[in-house]
Design a protein around this ligand. Structure first.
Ligand SMILES: *Cc1c(COP(=O)(O)O)cnc(C)c1O
Length: 809
């Protein structure tokens, strides 16, 4: 891909870069130019680039110390960072020099970029948000560390076999990782289990076992190389890697058991938690990375400041969801047990330091742990949680809360099996609790945290998510970036909200045509990729209609598939009509134990097989399920999309960030009034987005009033025909009953309101067709989307966190 020339920030010239790469190739990779293979050049290139980054990294760290600045610590179970080469080059302003240096050796930068594996450090939107935030923190020159786990095999690599999802381990570290630095000097012993003893006034936890956490650092470069921050990921090893006596006595596996046990902590993201062993592993992972991070933060603070009491002046700890909630108890433990603070004083320090972001209202996704498990694994933390709870419940009682309210506020769930509520722990231990879009924040106040909010009414606040325009516009869509630059100058590169200058040109037909040409060439490139990888031929002049995101019932890929079937029926029944040619593109992973989500993937593939082979649709409809959706695929697909499907059941998507990336790349959104779609609509204007379906309030009312999906289905011919076709095996002749249960769920209960929203969705799709028939109108709407979504830059989001929560700007 041609790279967009960007203003230089200095650094090496192309010939200096060339000499540097060759030197690295010889001395660090151990190859000469003649023997070097592509992969050797790739490694040498990253190492050479990293050398430039290191200088900027040291300078940033030194500046933070000199300025005595406050640091932000972002704790997250996931960092879905994707590839780093293009990002680092572009942000360092070295792309052109690099291309020239490589071409001197007959190498193509774009080809080398393809050799980089996506870092398998995340799952979906929450992890991608953490990655965008890290980049924006560096861009805004805020000293920050991201803290997480260095997963050896990530979540999983998705393969599609006969239409079914198959999970394979991600092997992203197979060729090593040239970006990272292992910091053997930054390691901590993390304890589990054992007993708590009193030693006079002093409480001592004697863990039964220890695992060593060691830091592995990756530099994160901000735009224009202003600052380089650190993504610090923990890896695990046993204190005692080999029991030599046992090994020599012939117990070879037993002798290595501790090694395996420690490594299992950093093997995979979200190991299945359907068994007690799986649950225990998850809790161990969470404590492992949280405790290592908190100990690292406290160590750094005490080393430079001497006194733990000033922690809130120098550190802001942000918990990304509840996975690191145990930070509240661990920080309290260090302050009380190791630094001798009074409980009350420690509690004030804790709340001033910590803040928490909530990402979901789904009750099944709110983390709780069985109390016996928690107590066995973390006995001292359990005591601290009880101590916190008794304080909180006393406060609640004093404030006049009822028994019912007190039960909702408690850190311990008492109904049924007793469990520790991690969201409540994070809430009470933090001074700020934020939602990720305006609607989500309001619903948080009304639902999950209603009683906590009544008790602490100033804590909940909103920070609408954003995405970094460097990766999601400049790097993934250099063609569009160039057209925008030619139209409005380059200010938008430093401030995405300057994109609004495009709005005045929305009806400029020359600009519309240039943008349409870029879109078409992105579609051609995607079509070539799909032809090469899947063997499916796509017409780049068709409307590319895209739904890529984790597969989940609330995201309603099934609604889209049902509409696809209905459209297929319509095209066959009315071949005389002028149908708009469409390509329906799906992609996403289903959690390995999520039966219905996996069935939806199979259904998409079953529909694709049948529709794509049917000559009677004459190429008017194609369906593609792209395997192994990840950041790199998103970067290919989003710039080629015409229509962005954001069709979750209203009230269930906290924000979404895919919606923002698509709009920024000139796709129109078809969506419900859910998550950030509401604010996207407010920004782009009602005429430039296609909204359908029930509102969050209407969904809640329908659920409360005893909604009858059967009646709705019987009232819609198109819907009942599509459902019967799927349920009766039209798309699964090899196993006609395959989808009977999935579709039966819609008839019986339809929790996700697929039937309730179908007619409105189908009508909205036909209105999309009508818009497509007016290319000039479509282009104007696309320009208005690009122009008005600059506000959804993660720079804006991070600036708000920095001012309102962290107090660092
Ligand atoms: C942006 C992104 C997501 C989040 O998408 P939503 O549509 O907001 O769910 C998930 N995965 C990847 C790879 C992404 O880039």
């Amino acid at each position: 891909m041609a790279s967009e020339p960007l203003p230089d920030i200095g650094g090496e010239t192309a010939s200096e870069m060339d000499a540097h790469i060759v030197k690295v190739l010889r001395h660090r990779v151990g190859k000469d130019e003649r023997a070097a293979r592509q992969h050797d050049w790739y490694t040498a290139s990253i190492l050479a680039l990293r050398d430039s980054i290191i200088d900027a990294w040291f300078a940033s760290t030194r500046r933070t110390y000199d300025e005595g600045g406050k640091r932000v610590y972002y704790l997250s179970m996931e960092f879905l960072i994707g590839r780093l080469l293009r990002d680092a080059l572009s942000n360092m302003g070295m792309t052109r020099e690099f291309e020239a240096a490589l071409s001197a050796h007959g190498l193509d930068l774009a080809q080398l970029e393809e050799l980089e594996p996506d870092a398998a450090l995340g799952n979906g939107g929450l992890g991608r948000l953490a990655a965008c935030f890290m980049e924006s923190l560096a861009t805004l020159d805020i000293p920050a560390y991201g803290y997480g786990i260095r997963y050896v095999n990530g979540m999983f690599r998705q393969r599609i076999d006969e239409g079914w999802q198959v999970e394979l381990p991600e092997t992203w570290l197979a060729h090593g990782n040239p970006w990272e630095f292992e910091r053997l000097e930054s390691s901590y012993r993390i304890g589990f289990g054992g007993e708590v003893a009193a030693d006079g006034d002093h409480v001592v936890w004697h863990p039964a076992e220890f695992v060593e956490a060691t830091a592995v650092d990756t530099p994160v470069v901000g735009w224009r190389g202003k600052r380089v921050n650190t993504l610090r990921l923990w890896t695990a090893s046993p204190l005692d890697p080999l029991k030599l006596d046992a090994f020599n006595a012939g117990d070879h596996f037993g002798a290595l058991a501790e090694q395996v046990r420690a490594e299992s902590l950093v093997r995979v993201l979200y190991p299945a938690d359907s068994s007690p062993a799986g649950q225990e592993l998850r809790l161990r992972q969470e404590f492992f990375f949280t405790a290592a991070s908190i100990q690292d933060i406290v160590r750094r603070h005490v080393q430079y400041e001497g006194d733990i009491r000033t922690l809130p002046e120098k550190a802001a700890i942000q918990l990304n969801d509840t996975h690191p909630s145990v930070a509240v108890a661990e920080l309290m433990r260090l302050m009380v047990d190791q630094h001798g603070l009074e409980f009350n004083e420690a509690w004030e320090v804790c709340k001033k330091t910590i803040s928490y972001t909530n990402h979901t209202l789904l009750p099944e996704a709110l983390e709780t742990w069985p109390l016996p498990l928690f107590e066995r694994l973390l006995p001292r933390h359990m005591q601290i949680i009880y101590a916190i709870n008794s304080r909180i419940l006393r406060e609640a009682r004093k404030a006049g809360c009822s028994d019912e309210q007190i039960a909702a506020i408690s850190l311990i769930e008492e109904s049924g099996e007793r469990r520790v509520r991690m969201a409540n722990l994070a809430f009470v231990g933090a001074h700020s609790i934020n939602g990720v879009a305006a609607l989500h924040t309001e619903l948080m106040k009304e639902t999950v945290f209603a009683d906590l909010h009544a008790l602490y009414p100033t804590r909940i606040n909103n920070k609408t998510n954003g995405v970094t325009p460097r990766r999601w516009l400049q790097q993934c869509n250099p063609g569009l970036t160039k057209v925008i630059r030619d139209a409005i100058g380059h200010d938008f590169l430093d401030d995405a909200e300057k994109l609004v200058d495009l709005a005045a040109l929305a009806e400029d037909s020359a600009l519309g045509e240039r943008i349409a040409e870029v879109k078409r060439s992105n579609k051609v490139a995607l079509a070539e990729h799909i032809k090469k990888t899947m063997g499916i031929r796509l017409d780049p002049d068709a409307l590319f209609d895209v739904q890529i995101k984790r597969i989940h019932e609330y995201k309603r890929q099934l609604l889209n598939l049902i509409e696809t079937v209905a459209l297929y029926d319509q095209i066959r029944s009315h071949p005389e009509r002028d149908w708009v040619p469409r390509v329906k593109i799906f992609g996403g992973k289903a959690a390995p134990s999520y039966h219905n989500a996996k069935l939806v993937i199979k259904l998409a593939n079953d529909i694709a097989r049948r529709v794509n082979a049917d000559p009677s649709v004459g190429g008017l409809l194609k369906v593609v399920f792209v395997p192994n959706y990840n950041v790199s695929l998103a970067e290919r697909i989003i710039p080629a999309a015409d229509l962005s499907e954001q069709i979750s059941t209203a009230g269930m998507e906290a924000s979404g960030t895919g919606n923002m990336k698509f709009a920024l790349n000139g796709a129109l959104t078809i969506g419900t009034l859910d998550g950030a779609n509401v604010e996207i609509k407010d920004h782009v204007g009602d005429e430039n987005i296609i909204i359908f379906g029930l509102t969050a309030e209407e969904v809640a009312a329908k659920r409360a009033d005893g909604y009858n999906p059967r009646e709705v289905i019987e009232g819609s011919r198109e819907l009942s025909q599509a459902l019967s076709a799927i349920a009766s095996g039209v798309f699964s002749p090899d196993d006609p009953g395959r989808y009977a249960g999935l579709i039966g769920g819609i008839y019986d209960n339809d929790w996700f309101m697929c039937a309730a929203d179908f007619d409105s969705y189908a009508a909205a799709q036909r209105s999309v067709d009508a818009r497509w028939e007016d290319p000039a109108g479509w282009r104007t709407a696309a320009i208005r989307n690009i122009a008005r979504v600059g506000w959804f830059s993660s720079d804006r989001t991070i600036a708000e966190y920095a001012k309102d929560i962290w107090k660092v700007l």
